[in-house]
Write a protein that binds this ligand. Structure first.
Ligand code: I3S
Length: 126
C-alpha cells in the first residue's frame, strides 16, 4: 500500500535554475564539476535535476529519480574561498554530501540562500 506523505512535505517552496557542483559524497571529496541544474526546494528536501524542468517531468514518468538532499540537520554557508566564481554558497548534509550552488545574479542567489536557510531552520536538527 502506498504511504501518503503529509501535504506540507510535497509543497514546493521554490524552484529554478542554478549552477551546481557536488564536491563531496559521504565525506569523500569529489572533483568539482559545475553544471546547470533545475532545483526544487520543498520543506525538508532539495531535489537536483540534471535536465530542464520539462525533461525532468517526462523522466519522472519513466521512474527516473533526481538527486535528493535531506535538509534535516544540514548546514548552509557562504563559500567565497571554495571557488573563483561570485555568489557561491555551500550546503553540507548530515550524510557528508557537499554541494556548491551559484548564480551570477545577486538577488537570485540571495533569494535561494534565504529560502534554504529558512527551510533548514524550521526543521528538527536530527
Ligand atoms: O577549486 P578548483 O579545483 O580550482 O575548481 C575548478 C576546477 O574544478 C575546474 O575543473 P578541472 O578540475 O577539470 O580543472 C572547473 O572547470 C572550474 O570551474 C573550477 O573552479 P571554479 O573557480 O569555477 O569553481
Amino acid at each position: 500500500k502506498d504511504v501518503i506523505p503529509p501535504l506540507e512535505q510535497l509543497m514546493v517552496e521554490k524552484e529554478g535554475y542554478l549552477q551546481k557542483a557536488k564536491i563531496a559524497d559521504g565525506g569523500k571529496k569529489l572533483r568539482k564539476n559545475w553544471s546547470t541544474s533545475w532545483i526544487v526546494l520543498s520543506s525538508r528536501k532539495i531535489e537536483f535535476y540534471k535536465e530542464s524542468k520539462q525533461q525532468a517531468l517526462s523522466n519522472m514518468k519513466t521512474g527516473h529519480k533526481p538527486e535528493s538532499v535531506d535538509l534535516c540537520g544540514a548546514h548552509i554557508e557562504w563559500a567565497k574561498e571554495k571557488s573563483s566564481r561570485k555568489n557561491v554558497f555551500q550546503i553540507t548534509t548530515v550524510s557528508g554530501n557537499e554541494f556548491l550552488l551559484q548564480s551570477d545574479v545577486d538577488f537570485i542567489i540571495l533569494d535561494w540562500f534565504h529560502a534554504i536557510k529558512n527551510a533548514i531552520d524550521r526543521l528538527p536538527k536530527d
